[in-house]
Ligand binder design. Structure first.
Ligand code: GAL
Length: 373
């Protein structure tokens, strides 16, 4: 049994726009600054809870777009085989919300709906569509959506790609695939190649696994896929083609055997950072952070960035994206999901500011509410 199976199966929002009410001279004073309230129900501009889980952000032409998994309906335990013990809801599609202030979010609809009339489709409701991330390709002027595309028992471990002319879609689904078919990672050793039992070698002819993933675009417009691979113990970073639609075959393996999931990548002062989770399905675990001078590594782990009460379970959440706030130098928001595995549609969003120690280690502290101002 793969390590990801044993780990997954044997471990079995920010807010509504609220008004802060600090006590002033014994009387509640109403703050006029809208607050971010991690873990509270967060309503969109139509008053409905935002439904964008495992999400990612795109900032384009002055607007933020928040894409995420639409979790809808009753959570159930699929009976697909003896080893699968995870809960799920059927795939509905990818939501998109837009905002100019990161507080007021307008629902722009389902930009990649599930396909309900073809059980063979990768977008069939009984499949898996997770962690959608959208990037803009300035050369092709296309918006490219990457996501974790899988079978109901998570055995397929593939990346799905869709493309659109506008950020609000509809996105055209191009297909799913395993990255880097027949390619060795740039850091491969002879011993790696000779290890016939390793997942790396087993997947060499069919392509490397890709489950939890993110896509990162660097300042030079080069883009990279970061995905939990080899059954989940190892992350792989793959270079994307100039149109961002494929992997080029150039990739490395990082944090070997550390079972990192829910990857996030960001850049600060010329250094590359990741904040990821461990691998415990919907249950929260301690986040990990890491830094590198190049996306190709070497990556140095910096430990759990979370500080204080419940830091050991990332304040009961799992990373999904780190957003550099436009126009606010050195301002980064850690975005995470507080999964409710028994009612996945009521999973909440945990957004918290990231601060940095003088030597550049990221830190995240809980706040009941906070404002970007
Ligand atoms: C988590 C993963 C989620 C989802 C979940 C299913 O480990 O980060 O995206 O796949 O497992 O159990």
């Amino acid at each position: 049994m793969h390590e990801w199976i044993s780990r997954r199966f044997f471990i079995a929002g920010l807010s509504v726009l609220g008004l802060g009410a600090p006590e002033l001279f014994g009387k509640p004073a109403i703050s006029t600054v809208p607050q971010i309230r991690p873990g509270a129900v967060w309503a969109d501009t139509a008053g409905k809870p935002i439904n964008a889980h495992g999400g990612g952000m795109l900032f384009h032409d002055g607007t933020y777009y928040w894409y995420g998994e639409i979790k809808q309906g009753k959570t159930y335990l699929p009976k697909v085989n003896a080893s699968w013990g995870g809960t799920r809801v059927d795939v509905v599609g990818v939501s998109c919300y837009s905002s100019t202030d990161l507080l007021h979010w307008e629902n722009r609809g389902n930009v990649l709906p599930a396909v309900t009339n073809d059980p063979k489709s990768d977008l069939d409701p009984k499949k898996v569509l997770e962690r959608p991330k959208v990037v803009y390709n300035a050369k092709t002027k296309k918006f490219v959506l990457w996501f974790h595309s899988d079978s109901v028992n998570y055995a397929a471990a593939r990346c799905g790609v869709a493309v659109s002319d506008t950020p609000t879609g509809p996105f055209k689904y191009l297909g799913n695939f395993r990255p880097n078919v027949g390619q060795w990672p740039v850091d491969v050793t002879d011993a790696d190649k000779a290890d016939a039992q390793s997942q790396l070698v087993k997947d060499f002819p069919v392509g490397q696994m890709a489950r939890d993933l993110t896509v990162f675009v660097d300042d030079d417009a080069k883009a990279y896929l970061v995905a939990a691979s080899e059954g989940n113990p190892t992350l792989q970073i793959s270079e994307l083609s100039d149109d961002y639609l494929k992997t080029t075959g150039k990739y490395i393996r990082v944090f070997k055997g550390r079972s990192m999931e829910a990857p996030t990548v960001f850049k600060r002062n010329g250094k590359y950072y990741m904040i990821n989770s461990g691998c415990t399905a919907w249950e929260p675990n301690a986040a990990r952070s890491a830094v590198a001078d190049s996306i190709w590594g070497p990556w140095t782990e910096l430990g759990n960035p979370c500080q204080g009460d419940k830091a050991d379970i990332t304040f009961q959440s799992q990373s999904t994206y780190v957003l550099p706030v436009a126009g606010k130098p050195d301002t980064f928001i850690f975005m995470a999901d507080r999964w409710n595995k028994d009612n996945l549609s009521d999973s909440r969003y945990i957004w918290l500011p990231i601060t940095f120690t003088p030597d550049g280690k990221p830190e995240i502290r809980w706040q009941d509410q906070w404002s970007l101002q």
